[in-house]
Design a binder for this molecule. Structure first.
Ligand code: ZN
Ligand code: FE
Length: 255
């Protein structure tokens, strides 16, 4: 049986996610923006938290960790490279690890840049990606700690996943991301469609997450830094893709 996934909002614009294995009853929360909404979501489903999967050390992804561990005695997993920055981790992960959640084996993908140790969790059978603040719908996380080349390499690892992958990212940022993307890539039909779809969803009070990775590959400028057309639009034909990525990231920071 594939994992059952529940998406809900936390804090102002964070998402919380639960992944549940029906056969064993094991249930993971991906990130811990705030304990309250996660507890509410668990209780609404009648699920018991056994795993807490942290993507990176920022407070809006870890603040509920201590309270959830105290309440459920769950095991907290997180990035090995951020062990000094996240209190209460029990198991440390990098790309050499797999993580079993009931009958499903999750892969760990390293995506440094937003934070240096940022990791993502990927279910290759159910095709679900939990990517924290590494990748957003039509955008990516701000580069707080890393440098452009490893961050671009991390995004390429995510881009290499199957088109049918459903992306569960940490924030509802799609409308603002679409506005920026349209400013640098206004003739991209796939982007125009995604921007319009996102607006329709938001107008109806619905979330734009999760979204299909294949759609984002064609529309998200941060996944298209090696596209010759976009490179030319950035005035960077012939540059290294990571340099184009850096220029797009910088432009977004001051947009
Ligand atoms: Zn963050
Ligand atoms: Fe965040």
């Amino acid at each position: 049986m594939p994992l059952q996934i529940k998406t809900f909002s936390c804090r102002s614009d964070n998402f919380g996610f639960l992944a549940h294995d029906e056969a064993t009853g094991e249930t993971a929360a991906i990130d811990a923006p705030h304990a309250g909404p996660i507890i509410d979501a668990l209780e609404a489903e009648g699920w018991r938290l056994t795993h807490l999967l942290i993507t990176h050390h920022h407070a809006d992804h870890t603040e509920g960790l201590a309270e959830l561990k105290a309440k459920y005695g769950c095991t907290a997993y997180g990035p090995m490279a951020e062990v000094d920055r996240i209190a209460g981790l029990d198991e440390l992960l990098d790309a050499s690890h797999m993580l079993d959640l009931g009958e499903t084996r999750l892969e760990i993908i390293e995506t440094p840049g937003h934070t240096l140790g940022h990791i993502c969790y990927f279910d290759p059978t159910g095709l679900s990606l939990f990517c924290g603040d590494a990748l957003f719908s039509l955008g990516c996380g701000r580069m707080f700690e890393g440098s452009p080349e490893p961050m671009w390499e991390g995004l390429k690892r995510l881009r290499a996943l199957p088109d049918e992958t459903m992306v569960h990212c940490g924030h509802e940022y799609t409308i603002a991301n679409a506005r920026f993307a349209m400013s640098i890539d206004p003739d991209n039909g796939a982007l125009k469609r995604r921007a319009a779809e996102a607006q329709t969803l938001r107008d109806a009070g619905k979330a734009t997450v999760p979204f299909r990775l294949g759609d984002d590959k064609k529309a998200n400028p941060f996944l298209r830094a090696d596209d010759p057309g976009l490179m030319a639009k950035m005035g960077m034909a012939g540059a290294q893709p990571f340099e184009v990525f850096a220029a797009i990231r910088k432009a977004k920071d001051s947009f």
